[in-house]
Ligand binder design. Structure first.
Ligand SMILES: NC(=O)c1ccc[n+]([C@@H]2O[C@H](COP(=O)([O-])OP(=O)(O)OC[C@H]3O[C@@H](n4cnc5c(N)ncnc54)[C@H](O)[C@@H]3O)[C@@H](O)[C@H]2O)c1
Length: 366
């Protein structure tokens, strides 16, 4: 089988997770790494070589790469506020692209990217890894198969550790992340749209930056990123969803709880955080619990993930499973599962949630 060569644009924490996961796929290699930070460029190149990629073009700039011969696919893993400019440079090449979430950070960016998409035929896949975490994937499949009857309510709770430190501290200000509701909550808004199979119509969010990063200063400025919020999203088919986010709850177990209630029962996915943050804890597994509308104990099914996949990243193997499907799209033109439209929708809900926090009003989406 022909080797598929990947370019990594942005090779920090998540870029290196992509490198580790691509290395586990058959007949693949890293052929290009674009990374402006010398330290990250060095460590990512060493990592890719150690995993078997021997012909790697390295560069600090997209403009210096001969893209017509360099790669069969591009993975964009630069900071959120750079996604739109990077896409504007790379989308006209018509090479398959996997772009990290959030697709972009502003409404103007959304329009630019949608118009570029109209001029290309090669696929663009938005990296919404949470769809591919094994417990979430089982949860989604069980609901789609009718296990809880007709879905009525969906709630997601994430209680976790604060934002990590990033190269150049880009994640400390909303102008670069899009705001917390865009930056990390786009994953959850994407899950809501996928599970309800419906369009979001109204968003109300109450949140603030109350605890984390308040003593940090960057060029004299205090970070403005929200660390706790409640969001309600109404959908056009009448379903309602809620998100409960707290980022000063490191000791929470599980880290994420996703609950769906239908007219025939309730389903809950319980997902622990990354083991590397709990080094002394005994092995923890995700589980999916089914609770029928009857006075009987829940049926709890553990979801065990392969150790090698767990070790390749922080996302319960999701990055690997997503790459398997993206590779199928590159090689066999199988359909893109997370489209530009999905990426746009998730960012639009996040932008509306940030606006709702600022104004104190519910925001309607057309
Ligand atoms: N899907 C997920 O679950 C998930 C998890 C973590 C991060 N992410 C996303 O991945 C992206 C990167 O996050 P990270 O945690 O790796 O941050 P990071 O700071 O560790 O890495 C970003 C890297 O991009 C480089 N960079 C900056 N500008 C660039 C440009 N114009 N072109 C190429 N490289 C550039 C930086 O030097 C840095 O090394 C973000 O969009 C983030 O939201 C997604």
């Amino acid at each position: 089988m022909k080797n598929t060569r990947y370019a990594i644009v942005g090779a920090g924490m998540m870029g290196q997770e992509h490198i580790r996961n691509i290395a586990m796929l058959d007949n693949t290699s890293i052929s290009v790494i674009v990374e402006p930070d010398a330290g990250m460029l060095g460590s990512a190149t060493t990592l890719a070589r150690s995993l078997g990629s021997d012909k790697i073009t390295t560069s600090t700039s997209i403009a210096d790469v001969d893209w017509h011969t360099a790669a069969d696919a591009i993975v964009i893993v630069s900071p959120n506020h750079t996604h739109c400019e990077v896409l504007c440079e790379l989308m006209p090449l018509n090479i398959p692209i996997l772009v990290e979430k959030p697709l972009c950070t502003t409404t103007g960016d959304l329009q630019r990217i949608e118009s570029l998409m109209a001029e290309r035929s090669a696929p663009v896949w938005v990296a919404m890894e949470y769809r591919y975490m094994p417990p979430t994937a089982k949860f989604i499949a069980d609901i789609a198969a009718g296990r809880i009857g007709q879905l009525q309510m969906l709630s997601i709770r994430e209680h976790r550790y604060p934002f990590l430190e990033k190269v150049g501290d880009w994640n400390r200000f909303s102008e670069k992340t899009g705001g917390t509701m865009v930056e990390k909550c786009c994953h959850y808004f994407d899950l809501m749209c996928l599970i309800t199979q419906s369009e979001p119509v109204r968003i109300f969010c109450s949140g603030a930056a109350d605890v984390n990063h308040q003593s940090e200063r960057y060029n004299g400025r205090t970070p403005d990123i929200i660390d706790n919020a409640y969001t309600i999203v109404d959908f056009s088919n009448g379903m309602r969803c809620a998100l409960d986010l707290c980022m000063f709850a490191e000791g929470s177990e599980p880290q994420e709880t996703i609950t769906a209630i239908g007219d025939a029962g309730k389903l809950e996915a319980r997902i622990p955080g990354p083991d590397r943050f709990w080094p002394d804890a005994p092995p923890r597994h995700a589980e999916v619990a089914f609770m029928p509308r009857a006075p009987q104990p829940p049926i709890i099914e553990p979801v065990v993930v392969d150790e090698a996949l767990l070790a390749a990243g922080d996302h319960h193997g999701a990055t690997y499973y997503q790459h398997q499907k993206f590779l199928d799209t590159i090689r066999h033109a199988s359909p893109v599962e997370v489209t530009i439209q999905d990426g746009v929708r998730a960012v639009a809900i996040g932008i509306a949630a940030e606006e709702s926090i600022r104004t104190g009003q519910a925001v309607s989406l057309s």
